[in-house]
Ligand binder design. Sequence first.
Ligand SMILES: [Zn+2]
Ligand SMILES: [Zn+2]
Length: 664
Amino acid sequence: MTNEDLIRSHVQAIWLAESGLSLGASLKDLLDLSDSSKLSCLDFVQDSLNSQGNRTKAKLKAHAALSDIESELIQTDWWNEGWLDSVLSQIDLQFNQACERWRNLYRAAMNQLEVQHKIIKDASRSIQDKRQAERLYQEAKSQLELLTEAENIVQSDFYSYRYFASEGFLPGYSFPRLPLSAYIPARRIRSQDDEFLSRPRFLAISEFGPRSIIYHEGSRYIINKVNLPVSDTGEGFAVLRAKQCPICGYLHPISNGDGLDRCERCGSLLEAPMNNVFRLQNVSTKRRDRISSDEEERLRQGYELRTAIRFADHGGVISARNAEIHFQGKLIGKLTYGNSATLWRINLGWRRRANPQQYGFILDTERGYWARKEDDQTTLEADDPMSPRTMRVVPFVEDHKNCLLFEPSEGLELEQMASLQAALKNAIQVEYQLEDSEVAAEPLPSGDERHSILFYESAEGGAGVLRRLVDDPDAFARVAAQALQVCHFDPQTGEDLRHAPNAKEDCEAACYDCLMSYYNQMDHRHLDRQTIKEYLLQCSQSTSTSSPQTISRAEHCQHLLNLCQSDLEREWLTFIEKSNLRLPSHAQLLLETCHTRPDFFYEQEHAAIYVDGPHHIYPERQQRDQTQKDCMEDTGYTVIRFDLFESWGKVIEKYPSVFGLLGS
Ligand SMILES: [Zn+2]
Ligand SMILES: [Zn+2]
């Protein structure tokens, strides 16, 4: 159990116990509901979050708990000496982030309450409008009750402790993180059992998609409505615009004008923006006894979904590491890894639709109803009458995942890309002993245009695996060899073994032992293991060179060398480069809080490197060094000093999470 998120949640649970803070029955016991624009923490909660005493007590307890698994922690690539301090210093931030989903639900319900109340009071509106508004008003009231109920808390999704667990702040429950909710109205008026169903966001975009059908306790419900989000100004309807790179799939949200002309990541020309992109939040359903055969067929074919990626950026610079894969001196592929990159999953429309060029669904922007047919705005459904205010919108959900992009250097055929995607996904799972659901793989920019393969860690437990493929110079070759084996080839000779060891029948193109799985049914017709044998053989004999930036290792190394201020620093950097260890992300970077400019800096690992010359043996210099070190360590950095050349290897071996493994 050395998943960072999981251990963080355990530390947060220790903090909660030590602080003595009670989370009450629902978040109404924690937040100030008098100002619904803020919904900030009540004073006693905020005091608890800020208390230095609570953090100190929690640190002692957590330190003792973690010491049992320290030998395992050291093996991971996220653990360092400052980790516990940084988790505790972020308690306030994490707690408030965890409250956000509840805040959004609460605000949306309050908004619905106000908007419908206005319609009820508006003398100019028709009787029908008012009746409808009355119904929506009651629905909002009912949702608010669910969010704030104090009775029957054990059953409630919004019982504070369960809620904080489902948001990942507390451990111990296997609730999906950051889910979306669907409101299921009570079946009979007399039985007060309205409910919310939850789904992880990436499933919700289709399962809770416009006019999708869900089954719950033997009944069928149609997603007929969204709980409208409130725009920043509190008025109007919130939609976004974005461009997706047609070559690499990179996402560019647009904040003003028509946005960029070229892709920030690969420089390709961008096309016209996607307008009216709509963040799908929580939805409502109503019971539906029958569906037509036409609807049934449309549901069976499902939606056209697309994924777009955006790496985190720091001050306009894309924060991602890359590795180049070489075979006999030739570049054959590129890997790019980013921690908690932003992923959008976009629902472009039904697969079966009148005009494939037209994206999105018609939404009633006042009442939140989805139009019954995407190409017919006027169709009225008996009790979901649309208001005149409608808009065609493209729903999406957002999540943050650790992501790896793989781009072969030479364009491969669609069949090869589809087969490679399945082979590498399965190989990663075998190599790192993961379940089928723990790593997800998708083509970018789309299923028809496959230029690269996106892998992301879809479940807890896979943390850190994808990053190893970039950081460990042998990892990709090992995974490729594993992929050959998955595809029934001898990884050394390439000989076709025809089937999996225990299988009786031969496998021609693909079978459930190699490339096919429940998750890639849409790809089954493209899969052919024979088409990727040669490429995988090259990959299995490749070497990879990594760089902590988006530029290549050679370019990055030259950039660092240019910044070096002494021969000793250059010598150290050359040593790291020649040993194929991880390169620092920066040289001579000023860390203002401690007034120091370490020789090198590893940004992601929070490690500062000093390569000391002979003058560091003077006592007053040592004193200054120590003061700096204390300050850095208090701020959460790891300070690593290199003195005599003979001991460099020893120092490096002490910090595998920073440098990687020597001699690998
Ligand atoms: Zn691009
Ligand atoms: Zn097979």
